[in-house]
Ligand binder design. Structure first.
Ligand SMILES: [Zn+2]
Length: 418
């Protein structure tokens, strides 16, 4: 019985997706649905163009299957294109690795979703790249070692794909609000699942840092909770709300105080989000999980997470960030002009630094004190004496927030002479 099933699978490893004249050779490493779910998102025009440029897509694990030094092959991080037969070769191990590293560096999300996302992303990038292939040059490309690093080949390759200027070679991963991201993960991910299980087993024995430990145990709990029905620990929703570009400025300059600030923000955000859940009666969607030490952990489904994440983020921005930024805004407006070269509105970066970076606390205290004493920055400056936040150029020279203009000339002369 089992044997028959294997035979049947082996026979059907090649298929043609709807609308496509090129074949997919899964090598029994992926299932058809994984490919179809992606290609069905492409419009007719794009599929027709793909039909023109490629003959097939073939899946490999990776390792020593790359063709680094063969004529007519061009290599990218997770795929190759063979001009000799028009076949796109996709390498799953590389895809897995890219997904794994992204998961490791993110503060929320389940590993299997990152793996799936990586698969979608790399496949889409490969296909989108091949769309730009200049077919007039495809024949000549067979004669070249396309991975060579010399100017001639690089120029040829850029013409081969009609590169537009500034076209990003590898667009950053699919945006998180992409429709593929919102869908549920396929039940089976073929060989990627094998790599996933291997990684989990390997991590069991080797984990040492605290942050990855928490991620890893949450990952195990997610597997236990109805096999990935609950993809997010509640803490991941909180992290989503405070670790993003909206709060970046607050954390960026505070490496020393980072942990303290983060904890403070974390607990404030947690209270806000719990309140939000109560107010909109979402609390019943939280799944409780008790670990062996009888500690309770809270989990959410992907659907819940997707539905509430923006609203929770907005709540955190308006309640947490704005409060803090209001004070900063007054500060920035007051010190927006460089007291030395008098340039206006160039001071954004330095103002941020002085306000948020703990290194500059000494300066910040003086600046705040003076600001409260004066109505306008002009009141703190005169012909002989400057006070305020210098622009970056001027700060390089004076390294201070106040001084005499006469000293400034001496410093300038000193720098010019030496
Ligand atoms: Zn200046």
């Amino acid at each position: 019985m089992v044997k028959n099933k294997n035979k049947k699978q082996a026979k059907t490893k090649i298929f043609y997706p709807k609308r496509c004249t090129f074949f997919i050779d899964t090598n029994n490493l992926i299932n058809f649905q994984m490919f179809e779910r992606i290609i069905e998102k492409f419009d007719d025009k794009t599929v027709n163009r793909l039909n023109e440029v490629i003959n097939g897509v073939k899946f490999y694990v990776g390792g020593n299957q790359w063709h680094n030094t063969e004529k007519g092959y061009i290599k990218y991080p997770a795929f190759e294109f063979n001009f000799n037969d028009g076949i796109l070769l996709i390498y799953l191990y590389k895809i897995f690795k890219l997904g794994y590293y992204r998961w490791k560096n993110m503060r929320y999300g389940a590993l299997r979703r990152y793996i799936w996302e990586s698969f979608c992303h790399e496949l889409i990038m490969a296909l989108v790249h091949l769309i730009k292939l200049n077919l007039n040059l495809a024949e000549i490309a067979k004669e070249y070692f396309l991975n060579d690093d010399n100017d001639f080949i690089q120029k040829f390759v850029s013409e081969l794909f009609n590169y537009k200027e500034n076209f990003p070679l590898r667009v950053n991963f699919i945006a998180i609000n992409n429709s593929l991201w919102q869908e549920s993960i396929p039940k089976k991910l073929g060989f990627l699942d094998i790599l996933y299980r291997r990684k989990i087993d390997q991590l069991k024995g080797t984990i040492n840092t605290q942050s990855i430990k928490i991620k890893f145990f949450n990952e195990l709990r997610k597997i236990k909770l109805n096999n990935y029905k609950y993809e997010y620990n509640f803490s991941e929703l909180i992290n989503y709300c405070i670790h993003n570009k909206h709060f970046e400025m607050l954390f960026r300059y505070n490496e020393n105080f980072y942990d303290k600030m983060r904890r403070e923000f974390y607990y404030k955000a947690k209270r806000l989000i719990l309140k939000f859940f109560k107010q909109y009666k979402i609390s019943n969607e939280i799944k409780e999980y008790k670990d062996s030490a009888n500690r309770t952990h809270y989990f959410l489904t992907h659907q819940t997470f997707e539905r509430v994440k923006s609203a929770c983020l907005q709540t955190c921005i308006s309640k947490l960030k704005n409060q803090m930024l209001k004070d900063y805004q007054i500060f920035q407006n007051f010190y927006s002009q460089c007291p030395i070269c008098q340039q206006k509105n160039l001071n954004q970066t330095n103002c941020e630094k002085f306000y948020f970076n703990s290194k500059f606390t000494f300066f910040k205290d003086i600046l705040l004190e003076k600001m409260n004493e004066a109505k306008h920055l002009d009141d703190l400056n005169n012909d002989n004496y400057y006070f305020g936040i210098p622009c970056e150029e001027c700060f390089k020279i004076v390294r201070n927030i106040h001084g005499k203009f006469s000293d400034l000339n001496q410093i300038q002369n000193f720098i010019l002479n030496y």
